[in-house]
Design a protein around this ligand. Structure first.
Ligand code: ITT
Length: 191
């Protein structure tokens, strides 16, 4: 396959993609490599709509196949919030502040079940589209743990491992994460 543009401005996501795509022999270009600074407005109300918006914007700007990820943390006790709005939860963009807000919202709630969700869209210049999604089940921890990963990883417990997502070594996060699951499905669909 020719080069693929990673349609993300999130360095945490880009690092995780690189770990899986490079061994698969896929050449990755970041938006920065292509000199693209614009951030498309995510006007969708679903992960799929927003992933499409990002893939379309990157492809329009580069003419290359473009891979976009829209993802987020869905907490049962918060009726699925922050969900599609995870990156801008409560109008906040700093992960530590987002985590503090989420933990405040969880005070007094009984259940702590949550899931990370990832929707991928790979869009080709001929209009062909390959979709894949991934989901990772877990629980919200009462306090942050670990400093790996990004975003909400420090408060996401993987019950079978007894570790937060941020306590996993980077190569292990991809084996269990919503993004790793979605990307492996996507790659299987390409062969
Ligand atoms: P791009 O749109 O440029 O890709 P973004 O961070 O704005 O970057 P999203 O709109 O998809 O991406 O929002 C995803 C948010 O969900 C992200 O900013 C984190 O807050 C959270 N998130 C997604 N995947 C995560 C992960 O693996 N670990 C922790 N938090 C994650």
């Amino acid at each position: 396959m020719q080069a693929v543009v990673l349609a993300t401005h999130n360095n945490g996501k880009a690092r995780e993609f690189a770990r899986l795509l490079e061994p698969a022999g896929i050449q990755i270009k970041t938006l920065a490599d292509c000199g693209i600074a614009e951030v498309p407005e995510e006007t969708g109300t679903t992960f799929l709509e927003n992933a499409r918006i990002k893939a379309q914007a990157a492809m329009k700007a580069t003419g290359l196949p473009s891979l976009a990820d829209d993802s987020g943390l869905c907490v049962d006790a918060l009726d699925g919030a922050p969900g599609v709005w995870s990156a801008v939860y409560g109008g906040l963009t700093d992960p530590a502040e987002q985590i503090a807000l989420l933990l405040r919202q969880m005070e007094g709630k009984a259940g702590r079940r949550a899931a990370f969700v990832c929707q991928l869209v790979l869009l080709y210049p001929d209009g062909r589209e390959v979709l894949a999604e991934g989901r990772c089940e877990g629980e919200i921890l009462p306090t942050p743990r670990g400093d790996g990963g990004f975003g909400y990883d420090p408060i996401f417990l993987l019950p079978e491992k007894g570790l937060s997502m941020a306590e996993l070594p980077p190569e292990e996060k991809n084996t269990v994460s919503h993004r790793g699951i979605a990307l492996r499905k996507l790659l299987e669909g390409l062969t």
